[in-house]
Ligand binder design. Structure first.
Ligand SMILES: NC(=O)c1ccc[n+]([C@@H]2O[C@H](COP(=O)([O-])OP(=O)(O)OC[C@H]3O[C@@H](n4cnc5c(N)ncnc54)[C@H](O)[C@@H]3O)[C@@H](O)[C@H]2O)c1
Ligand SMILES: [Zn+2]
Length: 377
């Protein structure tokens, strides 16, 4: 880890994937350079900007101005905000609009938004004309540290989230940290859970740094760029080694097995945002690991205290309206995870920064743990 960079400098993180390699550019105020960067990357290309209504209100005019100043021919496609747009209807709308905007091979789709827009626009780009290139301009913290990097794109099925999709890597990611200034604090905190995740899964020094600097990350000081760069470097390294999640990439799911079950139990509603569920899921993964004697109880408490300080839920009682019962949670975990020969796969920890893939977790032990947690009122 290096000292935080001075304000105004941009940081470039490379995602090394042979001919599909690309750079993630991170810095405050970068949106203004979007047009010039597109021109340099793809001279003469026309672009279609896909965004949602809320992001359009805050940031589309500046995005359009940046493209116009570099004489990049652009059209905009605005969809309703929220997970509902990651649907067949949303997908159809965006694909048809990209075609109507005469985006051809060699042109670019730009995803200007959070994870919903990145997943939707990325999947549309992967599909139209059997694949056009796209650029990610992530506008949520979650998207800047997680969803815009790594090439997973897709929409939801009635059978579950993200069940229809493709691996389609962007050709550039432009993370303007100033765009996060308009993000509601609750959404910022939810994204922060994924930031803390990188420390917890593989970088204890980064977690300690976050404990000391998290307020500066929230308030938009130089610590924000540094934290985002550390996360992107970690994700880029993991993705470069395991693009299609046959192994190590699964470590990024720390907190996500418990988290997804709780998120599903809350009906994927505003009661529990994804990052909030992940925060609670990570607290549970540490506690469960401590209970199995894999990590110290003090580590689990340290993790819980930090996430709680950042305003994230860390106890079952923190879920508005309450958590589902242990049997319902176990059903949800079984739906999310393939149960192989009676055992579950979990990401567990041997300490802060030491996550590992455990393939042999006994469902009975998980149920007993959850029942105890739910009984604590
Ligand atoms: N592809 C991946 O690897 C990956 C990884 C993690 C999550 N995801 C997906 O990401 C999605 C969640 O992403 P998200 O949390 O960014 O949600 P989101 O895209 O719905 O954004 C959250 C909310 O913030 C608003 N918003 C976005 N940027 C804003 C800004 N700068 N100022 C003010 N408001 C802003 C949006 O309009 C929305 O209401 C889920 O669909 C999830 O499945 C994908
Ligand atoms: Zn996540």
């Amino acid at each position: 880890m290096t000292a935080p960079l001075r304000q105004g400098e941009s940081i470039v993180v490379q995602v090394a994937l042979a001919e599909r390699s690309y750079g993630i550019v991170i810095g405050r105020g970068l949106l203004a350079s979007l047009g010039d960067r597109i021109r340099a990357l793809r001279p003469g290309a026309r672009v279609a900007v896909v965004t949602d209504e809320t992001v359009a209100r805050h940031h589309l005019p500046a995005c359009e101005a940046a493209l116009k100043s570099a004489a990049v021919e652009a059209s905009s496609i605005v969809v309703p905000e929220g997970e509902g747009s990651k649907s067949y209807t949303g997908f159809e709308r965006v694909c048809e609009a990209i075609i109507a905007a005469r985006i051809e091979r060699g042109d670019l789709v730009i995803a200007l938004g959070g994870g919903v827009i990145g997943d939707l626009a990325g999947f549309a780009a992967a599909s139209v004309r059997r694949g056009v290139d796209f650029v990610q301009v992530p506008t949520t913290l979650l998207a800047q540290v997680d969803s815009s990097v790594g090439g997973k794109t897709g929409i939801n099925s009635r059978h579950g989230k993200n069940l229809i999709g493709a691996f389609h890597q962007p050709v550039m990611v432009l993370a303007d940290t100033a765009l996060l200034d308009t993000l509601p604090r609750r959404q910022f905190a939810a994204g922060y859970a994924e930031v803390a995740k990188y420390g917890l899964l593989g970088d204890a020094a980064f977690f300690s740094w976050l404990e000391a600097n998290w307020q500066d990350v929230f308030s938009g000081g130089p610590a924000r760029e540094h934290a985002i760069a550390v996360c992107c470097r970690a994700k880029a390294a993991i993705v470069a080694r395991d693009e299609r999640e046959t192994g190590e990439r699964a470590l990024l799911n720390l907190g996500h097995t418990f988290g997804h079950a709780l998120e599903a139990g809350a009906g994927f509603s505003d009661r529990l945002l994804h990052g909030e569920a992940v925060a609670l899921g990570m607290a549970l993964a540490f506690e469960f690991s401590a209970r199995k004697g894999l990590t110290a109880a003090a580590d689990a408490e340290r993790v819980r205290a930090h996430l709680a300080a950042a305003g994230l839920p860390t106890q079952m009682t923190d879920i508005p309206g309450g958590a589902p019962g242990p049997d319902e949670l176990m059903d949800l975990i079984a739906q999310d995870k393939k149960v192989k020969r009676g055992t579950l796969t979990f990401i567990l920890v041997r300490g802060i920064g030491q996550a590992f893939i455990a393939n042999d977790v006994d469902p009975g032990e998980v149920r007993a743990f959850l029942a105890d947690k739910l009984a604590q009122r």
